[in-house]
Design a protein around this ligand. Structure first.
Ligand SMILES: NC(=O)c1ccc[n+]([C@@H]2O[C@H](COP(=O)([O-])OP(=O)(O)OC[C@H]3O[C@@H](n4cnc5c(N)ncnc54)[C@H](O)[C@@H]3O)[C@@H](O)[C@H]2O)c1
Length: 358
C-alpha cells in the first residue's frame, strides 16, 4: 500500500494510554529517538490493575525525558471527557496521534460492560472527532487479535471476515476499526489500525496470564490453566511491538481522490504478531524455568502441585495466530524476540521490581 512518509522530529505526538504498558514503552522509545518536538502522554491512570505500576512506568518515562531533546508532558484525564480531549487538541495541535488507551481484557468485559463502551467506543469517538476538527498527519490506533474470535482458519489474516466477536471487548475493537474507516472516508484522516497479539514483557499487565500466574505462584497459590492447556497463543514481545508501532507511525496511508471526486479512505489495518503460536503448556514451562533462574521461585518449587487444568472460559479462544505478512512487507520488519528471551527479561524485571517497589 502506498504510504506518505511522516517525519516525527519536531512534531507534537499524542500517545493515549501512556503510561499503560505499550504506551509507556512507546513513549520511552520516542523520547530516545526524537531530537526535537514534544510527546504528550494521556491516561486516566484507572485502577483496573494496580495504578502503582503505571506510576512506576511514568517514572521511567520522566527519567528518559530528563535527557531527551524532545519534551514530555503527562495529562491525566478520561477519554470520555470530550471537552478535555478537544482542549488537548486545540492547545497542543498534535500532528500524530497514537491511540492506545482502552479498557483492555477479555474476561473483565463480562462483568463490566459499561466501561468498555465508555472508554473504547465513546472515548475513541472523541478522538476521531478531535482528528476531524484538528488535522492530523496520522492516526494510529490499537485493535486486537480478539477481533478474530473463534476463527478456525489459521493464520489469521486481515482479509478474514471478523463479524463474529465472542466478547464485548472484541466487539468494541472491531467497532473502533469501523468507526475509523468512516472517519477516514468522510474526513480524509490517514489512519492505521494495529491488531496486536498477546503482548508481554517487563512491567507488563498484571491481568495477563504470564504475570498473574507469576503472582499466584509467588504467593504459593494454584494457577488455573484453561481448556486443559489446549491453547495456542501468538505471543509478541513488547520491544517488537514498539518497533512495529514506531515504524507504522512514520508511514501513513496515502491520501488519494477517487473517480467520484471523493477521498479514497487513507485507511489500513495490520496484524502485528510474533508469527509463531506457542502451546500454552510450553510457554508455562519456560516461564517456570525463567522464574527459577531469576530467583523469583526456588529450584525445588513443586510446579505440578500448583496447577489445575480446567475447562475453557467464556470469551476465550483456543488459538491466535497472526499472518503479519502485509505488515512485514510494508514496514520491513519481522518481530524477532522469542518467548525464552522475552520471559527471561520479564522474570528478571519481576524479581527486581518486587524486591524494590513492593
Ligand atoms: N497487551 C496486549 O496484549 C494487547 C493485545 C491486543 C490489543 N491491545 C490493545 O493495546 C492497547 C494498549 O494495551 P496495554 O496492554 O498497554 O494496556 P494497558 O491497560 O496497560 O494500557 C491502557 C491504558 O489506557 C488507560 N485508559 C483506559 N481507559 C481510559 C479512559 N477512559 N481514559 C483515559 N485513559 C484510559 C488505562 O489507564 C491504561 O493505562 C489497548 O488498546 C489494548 O486494548 C493490547
Amino acid at each position: 500500500m502506498s504510504k506518505t512518509k511522516v517525519e516525527l522530529n519536531g512534531k507534537t505526538i499524542l500517545v493515549t494510554g501512556s503510561p499503560g504498558f505499550i504506551g509507556a514503552n512507546l513513549v520511552i522509545r520516542l523520547l530516545n529517538e526524537m531530537n526535537s518536538g514534544m510527546v504528550i502522554s494521556f491516561d486516566s491512570m484507572n485502577n483496573y490493575y494496580d495504578p502503582k505500576l503505571k506510576e512506576y512506568r511514568l517514572g521511567l518515562i520522566e527519567k528518559v525525558a530528563e535527557t531527551s531533546s524532545a519534551k514530555h508532558i503527562f495529562i491525566k484525564g478520561n477519554l470520555a471527557d470530550k471537552e478535555l480531549i478537544n482542549q488537548v487538541f486545540e492547545q497542543y495541535k498534535p500532528a500524530i496521534v497514537v491511540h492506545l488507551a482502552a479498557q483492555a481484557g477479555v474476561r473483565y468485559s463480562i462483568d463490566h460492560p459499561e466501561v468498555y463502551i465508555e472508554s473504547n467506543i465513546v472515548g475513541f469517538f472523541n478522538i476521531l472527532e478531535a482528528c476531524r476538527w484538528h488535522e492530523v498527519e496520522h492516526l494510529v490506533y490499537a485493535s486486537s487479535s480478539s477481533v478474530y474470535g473463534g476463527n478456525k482458519k489459521v493464520p489469521f489474516s486481515v482479509d478474514d471476515k471478523v463479524d463474529n466477536p465472542v466478547s464485548l471487548y472484541a466487539a468494541t475493537k472491531k467497532s473502533s476499526e469501523l468507526l475509523a474507516h468512516s472517519y477516514s472516508k468522510l474526513y480524509n484522516i490517514p489512519s492505521t489500525g494495529l491488531r496486536f497479539f498477546t503482548v508481554y514483557g517487563p512491567a507488563g499487565r498484571p491481568d495477563m496470564f504470564y504475570y498473574s500466574a507469576t503472582n499466584t505462584l509467588a504467593k504459593d497459590g494454584t494457577i488455573k490453566i484453561f481448556n486443559y492447556g489446549n491453547m495456542k497463543r501468538d505471543f509478541t514481545y513488547i520491544d517488537d511491538i514498539v518497533e512495529g508501532v514506531y515504524r507504522v507511525m512514520q508511514g501513513a496511508p496515502k491520501k488519494q481522490i477517487g473517480e467520484d471526486g471523493l477521498p479514497i479512505p487513507p485507511y489500513a489495518i495490520y496484524n502485528i504478531g510474533g508469527g509463531t503460536p506457542e502451546n500454552l503448556l510450553d510457554y508455562i514451562s519456560i516461564l517456570q524455568e525463567e522464574l527459577v533462574n531469576a530467583g523469583v521461585l526456588p529450584e525445588t518449587y513443586d510446579f505440578e502441585g500448583h496447577r489445575e487444568l480446567v475447562e475453557m472460559q467464556a470469551g476465550d479462544v483456543p488459538i491466535t495466530f497472526a499472518d503479519s505478512e502485509a505488515f512485514e512487507k510494508d514496514f520491513e520488519f519481522t518481530p524477532e524476540i522469542g518467548i525464552r528471551e522475552g520471559l527471561q527479561k520479564f522474570a528478571i524485571w519481576y524479581k527486581d521490581y518486587y524486591s524494590h517497589f513492593n
